[in-house]
Unconditional design. Structure first.
Length: 63
């Protein structure tokens, strides 16, 4: 499932910076726990500096 939650824009001097925020819902299988934790801590994507790119991971129901 893909949910586009909102769009943000910021203005800095004469340049306009625009990016989108997207929420994904689904199941994730981790094959390399060390690499997963490293990437989870550093974030994903090009918009990390704007507060995007972080993931909220919740434990599954044991399946």
């Amino acid at each position: 499932m893909l949910i586009v939650s909102s769009r943000y824009g910021a203005k800095k001097s004469r340049q306009t910076i625009q990016f989108s925020s997207v929420d994904y819902t689904g199941m994730l299988v981790v094959n390399d726990p060390a690499l997963f934790l490293q990437r989870l801590a550093s974030g994903y994507g090009k918009s990390r500096a704007f507060g995007c790119g972080m993931m909220m991971i919740k434990p599954g129901d044991g399946e």
